[in-house]
Design a protein. Sequence first.
Length: 242
Amino acid sequence: MSAMAGPPAAGSPGATAPADPLDGLIGSFAACLGVLLAGLAAIFQATAGGTAYTTETLRRSAVAQSPALVPDFRVVDAQGREESLHTLLARDGRVWIVDFVYTRCQTLCLSLGTVFQQLQEQVLAQGLQDRVGLLSISFDPEHDRPPALAEYARRMRMQPGVWHLASLAEARDRRRLLDSFGIMVVPAPLGEYEHNAALHVVTPDGRLVRILGLDEGVQAVALARRLAQRDAPVAAAPAVPP
């Protein structure tokens, strides 16, 4: 019986060189580096070039970089008057600071109401009521009909010449309205809602140009004032006497 053949001797034609451990380490490192770079690229794209790290900051960054035209909807006010949202925004050429509420809210909307009361005081103190307006829009049209709007306006001490309140005339428009402003609304117990809140600066032509935090009321009024001055018609120069 012949002897069992052993492995080829090193250096013989059939011998295989042992694997270099360094080659394996380099390959693993290259693979990990590729995954890391791909992940960083995805994060960079998803966070607007690294400037936004939450959904809220992302929507604010997107609007600041590219103002969006708000879709038109039919709205109704506390007196039952119905008109289009674009007509309301364009009526007197004011720049608007907009928020979203529902009148049955006992938590966040009350805080929003306090913020808007302070904004109302700022607008009046600076004499800006002809150039800057406040607009609260209800996203709960099933409940917020004119009587509920009137009661909310009374409770918030709204001055009609400064602060306007409206609800959607058609409940079917609710989703499109919220999506156009980036508002997230989640049902909560006892028939309430959880929703994000901010100050939305909208020009008379219906463009959402900036989203600011609730603690940035001074900045919101200042921005609205600048936009109103920029869009104001330039008075004709007086004629030079001959």
